[in-house]
Design a protein around this ligand. Structure first.
Ligand SMILES: [Zn+2]
Length: 303
């Protein structure tokens, strides 16, 4: 059932159509429902286009999250809306590019001081390149398709590691809620993943770096932190559980995701220095890598 995006009051309908010939997105032919409790329009966003929605999403307006999570993407059968599946795939593929570029950029440093290869300790030596480092060679000597499949698997595992703990924690029986007051209860896991995916669309922001200079260390980190803030806000708006509990859930998910990332990367010989810490925090370590990924995606889109 749709709700009023201002006060969460349940509404029977969001608008009344009185002329099918007109375009709803232009505000013609529909009459918005007025909320009986707060006397404002139940959902003004049914008349707004995607650009306005995206801007308000970036500005973390609770109304736009309520519109998306409850009135547009919420389904009675507890399944994902097809548009969310497409967004999830897009975010995953974008993650693959960003992670690949970031790791490629960050990998020379850990291997430069690798004790198993003394020649690589000289930064001026060609042997210090990640391509020649013994551990990195395991991955970088593989065909590009295999490398891509590895990063696709890594990002899929990281995404699952972020979503599943949050879904599991919130699915606890309601009778346990008094004993774990910091964990909110939410009976349906699908809206949780929908909220996390919708709020992660700020990840697509590096696309904008094509226009502006991307060689700023703070820009890539800011995007990652913006995603985390959006995740917390989305969970809070979905469950109405308070920012502390939402932040705790996101922190648990991010910690498990970082752990899975480190274990998988450790298996192929990547070290966990400062890069591991940055990765654990979700902070990109290589802005140049972001720019390179943007170039790859931009070229793909253009060509
Ligand atoms: Zn209302």
């Amino acid at each position: 059932m749709p709700i009023c995006i201002e006060c969460r009051y349940p509404l029977r309908t969001l608008y009344t159509t009185y002329s099918k010939a007109d375009d709803r997105s232009l505000g013609k032919g529909v009459r918005l429902t007025q909320c009986p409790r707060c006397k404002r329009f139940g959902d003004k966003y049914v008349e707004h286009d995607f650009v306005v929605l995206f801007i308000d999403l970036v500005l973390i307006k609770p109304q736009v999250y309520r519109h998306l999570l409850f009135n547009r993407l919420g389904r009675e059968d507890d399944r994902f809306d097809p548009s969310i599946v497409r967004l999830g795939v897009l975010l995953l593929l974008f993650d693959v590019y960003l992670t690949w570029a970031r790791i490629e950029k960050a990998s020379p440093n850990p291997f430069a001081s690798s004790p198993s290869d003394p020649s690589s300790s000289d930064p001026s030596s060609p042997a210090s390149s990640s391509l020649n480092a013994p551990d990195a060679a395991l991955l970088s000597s593989q065909p590009l398709v295999l490398q891509y499949m590895f990063f696709l698997g890594l990002c899929t595992a990281q995404t699952l590691a972020f979503h599943l703990p949050i879904r599991f924690l919130c699915a606890h029986p309601p009778r346990l809620t008094p004993f774990i007051p910091l964990i909110p209860h939410h009976p349906h896991p699908t809206p949780l993943s929908t909220a996390l995916l919708v709020s992660s669309c700020t990840k697509l922001f590096p696309l904008l770096l094509i226009i502006w200079d991307y060689d700023l260390p703070s820009s890539a980190s800011a995007v990652s932190w913006a995603v985390i803030v959006n995740n917390v806000a989305a969970l809070e708006i979905l469950m109405d559980c308070g920012y502390l509990r939402a932040a705790l859930l996101v922190a648990v998910g991010a910690a498990v995701r970082a752990l899975v990332g480190r274990v998988v990367l450790g298996c192929v010989g990547f070290g966990t220095g400062i890069f591991g810490v940055l990765d654990a925090l979700g902070v990109p370590g290589g802005v140049e890598g972001v720019g390179r990924a943007v170039g790859v995606v931009g070229g793909w889109v253009a060509g």
